[in-house]
Design a protein around this ligand. Structure first.
Ligand SMILES: [Zn+2]
Length: 144
């Protein structure tokens, strides 16, 4: 009996979305995190071609502590970039910035499962500010 209703990709994304939704907010996890700005670019596996460069500021009250970015490969299965661990380490060390590179560990497409990895590259920079925030302050979401 085969079920074709869900693809491996949709299944994975759904599970990840549920994991993200179920996580606590950044404010709940990191009491002293005042603001978080994320800058990132996606690169081809060779690391040469930049496909996009995005910068945005996250409101810790609304952002989830499972902090992940989607892989730009629309065929990618089981990949994406999870920055939760990096973020936790950065906040615990009270560092103002964190930069790094991650390689997508998903599969290139559903026809290459168990054979060819996606290996898209994410280069990121996190900028963090610490301090106690006034709880009633209105949202400070700034456009980059
Ligand atoms: Zn990928």
């Amino acid at each position: 009996m085969r079920h074709q209703k869900f693809t491996p990709r949709a299944d994975y994304r759904l599970a990840e979305a549920q994991r993200t939704q179920a996580s606590i907010s950044l404010t709940e996890k990191f009491r002293h995190l005042k603001s978080l700005t994320v800058e990132f670019g996606h690169f081809s596996p060779e690391g040469v071609t930049r496909n996009s460069q995005i910068k945005y500021t996250v409101n810790p009250d609304h952002a989830k502590s499972v902090f992940r970015l989607d892989c730009p490969n629309s065929e990618c299965i089981g990949g994406d970039f999870d920055l939760s661990e990096t973020l936790t380490q950065t906040v615990n060390a009270r560092e103002g910035t964190a930069t790094g590179e991650m390689c997508c560990q998903g599969w290139l497409s559903k026809t290459t499962i168990d054979r060819v990895h996606c290996h898209n590259i994410l280069r990121y920079k996190l900028s963090l500010e610490y301090g106690l925030r006034a709880p009633s302050e209105p949202g400070q979401l700034r456009a980059a």
